[in-house]
Write a protein that binds this ligand. Structure first.
Ligand code: SIN
Ligand code: FE2
Length: 216
């Protein structure tokens, strides 16, 4: 495994991965990342991480929870936004303020997001190519804002055709990606994480937050 310290991080700044997909590398400094990770530990204590089972009956390798008015869940094989945690039956905890601050800074949207989906990637976890398309037509004018914490990930993004061309990049801790405009319904996924190469989260792993407006 390569020593992450020998690989310089690319400079902070804006990069357009695809039309409307704006990546801000190094948006959060180390202290902000640590504070956000702490706030997410509290979220997961209130709303335990789940391993959703897909419509094909296979458990996902990513574990999930949520904060906000709604959480994204799979209920009996169907994708849905639910106001309650499927196991505890309780409402989701509020979205932590530092997360809302990122949304305000980069979304260009006048209202707060309805859902902060929390994805936890342990060793070997990945996420197949998919679109975030369960939020309802009226929500597609708002971007999906993604925040990465912990180990780096190889992230892939294409266009709105499942079999269209894609490109990949490494998302690192503190990077913020807004998928809006022509990329709001773009296919994207995580090929793999570079487990143990980050040093934010003790024991390794990656947290990804996606902030969504939901009008379903
Ligand atoms: C997602 O598409 O829900 C997660 C993307 C990521 O983990 O970077
Ligand atoms: Fe997604």
């Amino acid at each position: 495994m390569s020593d992450p310290k020998l690989i310089p991080d690319p400079p902070a700044g804006k990069e357009e991965l695809a039309p409307g997909a704006i990546l801000r590398r190094g948006f959060l400094d180390r202290a902000a990342q640590a504070a956000m990770a702490d706030a997410l530990r509290d979220v997961a204590a209130e709303a335990p991480l789940l391993r959703p089972v897909t419509a094909w009956g296979r458990p996902m390798s990513v574990r999930m929870t949520a904060a906000g008015r709604l959480g994204w869940v799979i209920e009996r094989g169907r994708y849905a936004y639910s106001p309650r945690h499927p196991e505890t039956g309780r409402r989701w905890p509020p979205i932590p303020e530092p997360v809302l601050a990122v949304w305000r800074a980069v979304s260009g949207w006048p209202e707060p997001p309805d859902c902060c989906l929390v994805n936890w990637y342990g060793e070997g976890a990945r996420m197949g190519l998919h679109r975030d398309a369960d939020e309802g037509e009226a929500a597609f004018a708002a971007p999906v804002v993604s925040i990465s914490l912990g180990d780096p990930a190889r992230f892939r993004i294409g266009g709105t055709e499942r079999r269209g061309p894609t490109r990949s990049t490494i998302l690192r801790s503190g990077d913020v990606l807004a998928m809006g405009g022509a990329s709001r319904l773009a296919y994207h996924g995580v090929d793999r994480i570079l487990f143990g190469e980050g040093d934010l989260l003790p024991g390794g792993g990656r947290l990804n937050l996606t902030l969504r407006v939901v009008r379903a």
